[in-house]
Design a protein around this ligand. Structure first.
Ligand code: AMP
Ligand code: ZN
Length: 494
């Protein structure tokens, strides 16, 4: 029998028993990146969260169709310029070159974080026809109007007729009236400030534009997700996800468009991840309060004292629930590194130790309850931090078996084997963690590096400069970077 899980639904603002539309099958759509610059760590946190959700749903037996889009047109900056065009102009490239460059970079980063690829990864520019068809359907239903070659969604009419606009984000039309900043440039064409463009007429100099019944132009940013989720998952599907910052206007407008074109809510459950912070504040490039994934891996940033491997960072993400903020600090990463090592070491003991006690052991109950509890935590809205804490509860028992402080006859063969099997399922299959072989966190390479770092320190203490220079030059040739921190010296591959 399928495990029963509960998910927090942003639409109803409560935890609900998850009931898929079709038995055994789940359709899940997650808003993907806008590929006009390098993917940032906040994005990675969100995609890692949905990766764990995707993995867990599959692990408990669902067949999941996971669709995550690539936004390569229409996501405008506050001044009305398309993010893609801006990237293209800055680097003297075709917009498609920009999209390709950052899509490849995004995929590389997702692989580094060991996230599974989605089943379908549609691009907005590859679905212009579907988007035009959706605009037409919304017009036909009377929820949009044409103004000077652009088409706007009529939010007031939609709200009056359906009472739906603002339900997800909890905003009311009056508030929206005051604050809508969407498409400031063409404010006068709108009947109401909260109306938003679903098709925009392009100016002469606009780089990305297509023919349509209304003008040569381009689709509004929110439209792609409505059109592509409908195409690949149907008019109504199970889960729609994204970061909290997308609730309004993006997801609110997606719902309006779907309802405006086909009359139904696109998704039963709306799941939103919370933001990644750094040192308690929003990660922001303009304030300098930001660190790129690569800077974090190499330690080449004033915000960290050393580099942290991708698996340590992934582990750090999992230590917070996806609906809580996640505060990245050097201390928290150091703690995550220690915790990650501890779990990996315990895993090695599990693999290398055989217990063949027949019958029951006095520790069986604690072990089996903790493991069951960890899966129950995952059933409860994918509570990764609580599940991890159950594993940590078991580490002292596992270590004591190795140190022979607990004798093997305290645990039955069945309990030990079950522990081993479930431990690896949870850590590797569900949490998507991997052994950290090529990094500073683990393995014989690390042992050798620690020896080299020690010899280098001895040479420096003895003012033996030829030896310390030789070590430095050789490591440089091997593309290994050593970083002297306040408390310890660490290393990473370049
Ligand atoms: P974008 O490329 O800006 O469209 O964002 C891609 C995904 O990353 C969206 O689901 C965003 O909500 C999410 N995201 C953006 N910034 C952060 C952040 N600081 N923390 C967590 N998720 C974020
Ligand atoms: Zn979207």
């Amino acid at each position: 029998m399928q495990r029963q899980i509960q998910v927090y639904n942003s639409l109803t603002r409560q935890k609900e028993v998850f009931t898929p539309l079709h038995e055994g099958f789940i359709g899940m759509y997650v808003c993907g990146p806008t590929v006009y610059s390098d993917v940032h760590l906040g994005n990675c946190r969100t995609f890692v969260s949905f990766d764990v959700i995707y993995r867990y749903l599959q692990f408990i037996g669902y067949k999941v169709r996971y669709v995550r889009n690539i936004t390569d047109v229409g996501h405008l900056l506050d001044d009305g310029e398309d993010r893609m065009s801006k990237g293209a102009k800055q680097n003297n490239l075709e917009p498609m070159e920009v999209a390709q460059k950052y899509t490849v970079g995004f995929h590389d980063m997702m692989r580094i974080f060991n996230t599974l690829p989605p089943n379908i990864e549609p691009r907005a520019t590859g679905h212009i026809i579907e988007q035009i068809e959706m605009v037409q359907a919304i017009l036909n239903n009377g929820y949009a109007y044409i103004a000077n070659g652009s088409v706007y969604f009529d939010t007031l009419k939609f709200a009056e007729k359906t009472g739906e606009y603002g339900r997800l984000s909890g905003r009311v039309i009056d508030e929206l009236l005051a604050e809508s900043r969407d498409n400031l440039k063409n404010q006068d064409e709108k009947r109401h400030p909260s109306d938003f463009a679903i098709w925009m007429k392009a100016s002469e100099e606009h780089l990305m534009k297509w023919n349509s019944p209304w003008s040569v132009g381009f689709p509004g940013w929110h439209l792609e997700c409505s059109a592509m989720s409908t195409k690949y998952l149907g008019e109504h599907f199970d889960i729609h996800g994204g970061g909290n910052d997308l609730k309004f206007p993006h997801h609110e407008n997606e719902i309006a468009q779907n309802m405006g074109s086909c009359g139904c809510q696109p998704a039963t459950y709306w799941l939103h991840t919370n933001m990644l912070l750094m040192n308690g504040k929003k990660m922001s490039k303009s304030d300098g309060n930001t660190i790129s994934p690569v800077e974090l891996f190499t330690g080449d940033s004033p915000h960290v004292t050393k580099g942290y491997s991708p698996m340590v960072v992934r582990f750090f993400f999992l230590q917070s629930h996806y609906r809580s903020t996640n505060d990245l600090t050097d201390e928290a990463l150091q703690a995550a590194e220690k915790g990650f090592k501890r779990l990996m070491e315990a895993g090695k003991i599990l693999t290398s130790t055989v217990i063949d006690t027949a019958g029951e052991g006095p520790l069986d109950k604690d072990i089996l309850e903790a493991m069951e509890g960890a899966f129950a935590d995952m059933d409860d809205d994918f509570n990764t931090p609580r599940a991890l804490s159950r594993l940590f509860e078991l580490v002292p028992i596992i270590n004591s078996i190795k140190d022979q402080k607990i004798s093997k006859d305290q645990i039955s063969k069945t309990a030990w084997d079950t522990l081993q099997e479930k431990w690896f399922h949870l850590l590797f299959d569900v949490f998507g963690l991997m052994e950290d072989t090529a990094s500073a966190a683990n393995g014989p390479v690390d042992g050798l590096m620690q020896l080299i770092i020690e010899l280098r320190q001895q040479a420096r203490d003895n003012k033996d400069w030829p030896t310390s220079d030789k070590i430095r030059d050789t490591l440089q040739e091997l593309e290994i970077v050593i970083k002297d921190g306040k408390e310890e010296t660490s290393w990473t591959f370049k």
